[in-house]
Design a protein around this ligand. Structure first.
Ligand SMILES: [Zn+2]
Length: 329
């Protein structure tokens, strides 16, 4: 849809779900509000026939990728009617068979803990688009995936299963909180102002967790682990596709620091196996990390949470004394 709006291209289809058709202007309004400087064409979809689907909803879907956002939402919305929906071809490319195999196993193991059966969807939605051309179209303000495709693209994939299983609600986990968002100049088009406007069949979409920052999500998951005395393997790593966390990259580090600051569970109970030199290695990595000044937005809540009661406070208190201006790239 965003490609049609941005290029003023019309698409004509023989038939279309009525609820989806009626939601298109509202979805578009969400994009217009997010990108007021772009020109969005109107009435780009022409349907010869609209089909109304009505059924009594009996199931719910949550998009599940096995990371912090996804586990937080799974815990928030958990009920036995839930089907975790896992997309193969989103975070891990289809060409990475090893990574996909590990990812699928991780999802199956995680769902078993919650006594839920996952549904897998394999898609080439990130490989058939020419991102170079699309990024030029959006003046490289962000990557087309983050800026335009993410939420709508993932949510649309659930429609066939929503039809087959009579789904009433599709949950998608927020990637950022309202607090974190205001530090971002660029848009992120998985957002309640867009996602919650998407409707099809007899279902609605619920963008879950925008009120939580990442530390809140780690706290929510840690509390669940403690209450249920059940470790979870939360996969956050940007570097590995082995299904394990590297415990060295920025995202692993940020999550481990959060776990220590909160001091509710250990990193091992969260799916991290840290090495002896973790503190020296992570501090040195962060101080050299060129994005760290902007990423300090994410570290500020961790620094604010650190108290002498936090685990390894002595090793982490440098973060409390740091300010973005002090951190040189
Ligand atoms: Zn990592």
């Amino acid at each position: 849809m965003p490609i049609l709006w941005l290029t003023n291209t019309k698409i004509e289809v023989d038939s279309l779900d009525e609820n989806f058709y009626n939601s298109i202007p509202e979805i578009e309004k969400g994009y217009i509000n997010m990108y007021p400087n772009f020109s969005f064409a109107k009435d780009v979809v022409v349907a010869k026939k609209l089909i109304k689907h009505s059924y009594k909803p009996i199931k719910e879907i949550n998009l599940f990728s096995g990371g912090v956002d996804a586990f937080n939402t799974l815990i928030n919305v958990y009920n036995p009617k839930l089907t975790p929906f896992c997309v193969l071809g989103a975070d891990i490319p289809l060409s990475d068979k090893f990574g996909l195999h590990n990812f699928a196993n991780h999802i199956k193991e995680s769902c078993k803990i919650f006594n839920l059966s996952p549904c897998f969807c394999k898609t080439n939605f990130k490989s058939f688009l020419n991102y170079n051309n699309l990024n030029t179209l959006i003046h490289n303000i962000d990557h087309y995936w983050h800026g335009f495709q993410h939420g709508l693209g993932l949510i649309s994939l659930t429609a066939p299963i929503a039809f087959k299983s009579k789904v009433g609600t599709v949950y998608i986990a927020s990637s950022f909180s309202t607090n974190e968002e205001k530090f971002r100049v660029k848009g992120v088009a998985s957002h309640p102002t867009i996602d919650n406007k998407i409707r099809f069949l007899n279902s609605r979409v619920s963008h879950n967790g925008i009120e939580y920052d990442r530390l809140d999500k780690v706290k929510n998951i840690s509390t669940w682990i403690k209450q249920h005395n059940q470790p979870l393997n939360v996969h956050v790593c940007w570097k590995t596709t082995s299904g394990k966390n590297c415990c060295k990259c920025e995202k692993c580090t940020r999550t481990i620091y959060s776990i220590f600051a909160l001091n509710i569970v250990s990193p091992e109970q969260f799916g991290f196996k840290i090495k002896k030199n973790f503190f020296e290695q992570s501090k040195s990595m962060l101080l050299k990390y060129k994005e760290f000044p902007s990423y300090y937005t994410f570290y500020k809540p961790i620094a604010d949470t650190l108290t002498p009661a936090s685990a390894y406070y002595e090793n982490l208190k440098w973060l409390k004394d740091s300010k973005p201006a002090d951190i040189k790239s």
